[in-house]
Design a protein around this ligand. Structure first.
Ligand code: NI
Length: 475
């Protein structure tokens, strides 16, 4: 056990000030504060314990700061290198400030009365630190926001690199050598598909998720053994797997490995199983989308959701559940503007805003895109660095708002193998249709997969950025 310092800051003196003349109340309150601090300290000990095994550099500073409505339960290292310690404290302050900004109540708009209700939230921060043979330190921060209404809070991971001999910070890009992401991609795909228990839980679209350019290999720690990668909860596996760590030995990270892409193009890889992809646009919606997810979960089926950034911000738990069930979660723009009527700058701003919403909910950018109204001319296409998925069967569910009418469209569409069906995840009528459609399709021998899985399985193709997959493709 490393030496630890616990600082408890609280507002007791302030409370005494307000409550002078009513000593019974003030001592009652301070008792309450004391209880809260003890409770938070215990929770902090549990939170930090998950990381304490890997604290190789310096001494841990622990802070329990109980305030209303926001509290802070923080642990970070002190290395004894002044410049580095200043930088670490700066990072912790940035994390605190961002948390404050997110949860402190904003200005009450004119004409509205302040409800006085403040969200109580706790910022938990823990860390791991690793030291290499050549005096490099990787500092890994784990950050979790807890509020009364978050069911399954997301843990954000950030990694910083320092050179202890020169007391400087090193940007991650400078540490990556040629084929770094390519080698990591090949190794992780092979490891997770062949090693228990990972091979049992790995999401079907792992090849897309673990592609060298999918953004999962620029966050790493250098350890004495190799390069350590972290995969967020729900990112590659169901939530029960938690955060997944994988250390790749240095020699494997340096070896030239054949890209797994070539294997995918072997025609024998093409599946002859009957497959169909259900897609739901315009959500998430807490009622309709959750009802759709209930059905998918019940039947072990997957679908693709093209969600709007503004609703992802509003209902992150629904989005997390979509991903947790192995569904593909794509972008449908921020708030459903017609991209073919926007300027290049407006499109770029929309994409950035949407990516930020996805980052916050899922810890990653959206990987696939469906344009609002299916509107995607050459100018729009140029700006989209994601595969663009349209559809081949339109159920017109938004028009009929009638479950039976939706079923009739699907049932009268003939052979559905390889088809992509357009639905909208915001209507209860569509949720009702889904409850019948999923067992019906499975009864007909169809496997219900995501659009990316369908492209890979039926066409032997890895979905390409900026390419439109539309009506004629999904025939
Ligand atoms: Ni739409």
């Amino acid at each position: 056990m490393k030496p630890k310092r616990i600082f408890a800051f609280f507002l007791m003196s302030l409370l005494f000030l307000f409550c002078c003349g009513c000593s019974a109340t003030s001592s009652g309150l301070s008792m309450l504060n004391h209880k809260k601090i003890t409770e938070l300290t215990l929770k902090g000990e549990t939170y930090w314990a998950a990381y304490q095994e890997h604290q190789e550099v310096g001494e841990a500073i622990s802070i329990v700061d109980y305030q209303k409505p926001l509290s802070y339960v923080l642990q970070y290292p002190q290395t004894g290198h002044t410049a580095i310690d200043d930088r670490i404290e700066g990072i912790v302050t940035e994390i605190r400030n961002a948390f404050d900004q997110e949860f402190l109540p904003g200005e009450t708009p004119a004409g509205e009365t302040d409800s006085g209700k403040k969200t109580e939230a706790v910022l938990y921060l823990g860390y791991e630190s690793y030291l290499t043979d050549n005096d490099q330190m990787s500092l890994v921060f784990f950050e979790t926001h807890e509020t009364a209404d978050t069911l399954s809070p997301h843990t954000r991971i950030q990694i910083f690199h320092f050179d202890l001999s020169s007391d400087t910070e090193i940007p991650a890009e400078e540490l990556m050598w040629e084929d770094f992401a390519k080698n990591a991609s090949a190794y992780t795909q092979k490891y997770f598909t062949t090693t228990e228990p990972y091979n049992e839980g790995l999401f079907g679209n792992y090849a897309t998720l673990l592609a060298p350019d999918a953004g999962r290999f620029d966050r790493f720690a250098f350890t004495a053994e190799g390069v350590l990668f972290y995969f967020d909860r729900y990112d590659l596996f169901p939530g029960s797997y938690g955060i997944v760590r994988l250390t790749i030995p240095y020699e494997d990270m340096r070896t030239k490995i054949e890209t797994p892409k070539e294997e995918i193009f072997i025609p024998t890889e093409i599946s002859h199983k009957k497959m169909v992809a259900l897609t739901y646009d315009d959500g998430p919606n807490p009622i309709a989308t959750n009802a759709i997810l209930d059905t998918l979960e019940q039947y072990g089926a997957r679908a693709t959701f093209f969600d709007l950034g503004c609703l992802v911000e509003k209902y992150p738990d629904v989005v997390k559940r979509e991903a947790a069930l192995g569904c593909e979660v794509g972008s449908h723009s921020y708030d459903h503007k017609n991209f073919s009527k926007l300027t290049a700058a407006e499109i770029s701003a929309d994409l950035q805003k949407t990516a930020a919403a996805f980052q916050k909910a899922l810890g990653k950018d959206p990987a696939v895109f469906r344009p609002p109204y299916g509107a995607c001319d050459e100018n729009v296409k140029k700006q989209i660095s994601m595969p663009i998925y349209l559809w081949s069967i339109d159920t017109l569910d938004w028009k009929s708002r009638n479950a039976k009418a939706v079923l009739d469209v699907v049932k009268s569409s003939g052979d559905l193998d390889g088809k992509v069906i357009l639905l909208h995840g915001i209507y209860t009528s569509t949720a009702e249709a889904t409850a019948v459609l999923v067992p019906y399709l499975q009864g007909q021998g169809y496997e219900l997969v995501t659009v990316s899985e369908l492209i890979q399985a039926k066409h032997g193709e890895t979905p390409a950025s900026g390419k439109i997959y539309g009506y004629s493709y999904f025939q």
